[in-house]
Design a protein around this ligand. Sequence first.
Ligand code: KIV
Ligand code: ZN
Length: 519
Amino acid sequence: MADRVRIFDTTLRDGEQAAGVSFSADEKLQIAKLLERMGVDCIEAGFAAASPADFDAVHQIAREVRGTQIATLCRAVPNDVEQGWAAIRDAEAPRLHVFLSSSDIHIAHQLRKDRESVLQQARAMVAQAKQHVDDVEFSPMDATRSDVDFVRRMLAEVIEAGATTINIPDTVGYAIPDEFEAFIRGILEDVPGADNVIVSVHCHNDLGLSTANSLAAVRAGARQVECTINGLGERAGNASLEETVMSIRTRADHLGVEIGVQPQFLVPASRMVQDFAGMHVQPNKAIVGLNAFRHQSGIHQDGVVKLRETYEIMDPKEVGWTEGSQFVLSKLSGRAGFRSRLEDLGYALESDDFNTAFERFQSLADTKTVVDDRDLEAIVLDRMGQIENAWDLVTISISTGTAETPSASITLRSPDGEECSGSETGSGPVDAIYRTLRAIIGIEDALEEYSVKSITEGLDAQGDVTIRIRVEDVIHTGRAADQDILVASARAYINAINRHVAGKIGAAASITQERRESP
Ligand code: KIV
Ligand code: ZN
């Protein structure tokens, strides 16, 4: 049997470090459940010590998602290791992932330490993690810009202290594939004990080479690849899970390795993460972009009609593309049909969430003849994005036209349950809505992005509004869907404000602060 490459998904940790992305606890749980169904070997559920909200999300996933390893990231400091352990100790297979920089530029300018004290710190923190759990991963941050002999010494030390996986991060996406392959080969050949642990890689995409570098590392003997759905992550992101998985499957002849991920979940997972992150992949994105299996030129169409393989190296059905029209629901559809379609789309809703989503489906089906997958995803998205004890829209009325100044009158229910109303004019109806909401809620924000798109075709389609606002230097994303795009605009703004109110700003700010201090 060929060697197996383990897939370590870090969508919920490095993916959430993408600017403007903040998943709610419910969204994180849904993503984790889908990753588990997909057969991912390890889920990095978050950075538990970053904030109480991150701790709770990691803890909930550790308790509720069985059947896969659950990891949490820890800086190489005692408090992070202890908090990390407290967050994941209930997991079926817990893992602590400790990291510390190894490059001179990080050691001198960020950590303000010297090489010897960093070696000692790495060793001590792996030993501390090891007191709690056998499965300990260590990452020398910025490994690819580090002195090679020093990284190797550091790896030898942490292996001796008990690390069972050594992960080589190309933190700033600097490596070139043949160079990275040689780097990994050198580690496997020359680091004492490396042949007894799993060598992993974690590649960033600053030069667009993250998947290529990950595959080069696999050629050299790496047996774990860290990646994210849609390549989401810090700056230009991480190696994309779907590209890594499909490259290994499609070119098994060349790479000679196997993986355990079920590819039919790739498109549903991509869509779920796009929706929750409020970040859409480009149409020409490999595997999961809208054009990934569309053929435009006559010659290509002719070939595909005669034999699909003439121009397709993968079967779109294998990665989860379905023809939407086969699966439309209508007002005649019952709960069982609704639930079964949601499951195919990767969602596992608990009874309360399911009941609310079903009610929304029924009211949409009353006004829209055909409710397809995108509508269902929008319904779930709306439900998942809801935040308890937050601002809620009670009524909205908008007046606009060629001969009048647009105005909005809105009533909201505050987190304390009080009804508050306001009315403002604006340069357009959306401006009037946002001015009114700002006047009622009283939080200073700057609108960074506003986009509206139609979820499906036809005049009865739902409008999907994504908004990004900056509050106290942190960007929050809000999304909402409604057949009335002005109502969706109001609800998207309220959703973004609620993410701020719910304390997500504290989490995001403290992660930003941690990043300034450490990585
Ligand atoms: O990019 C990086 O170096 C990381 C580590 C924490 C693994 O994300
Ligand atoms: Zn990273």
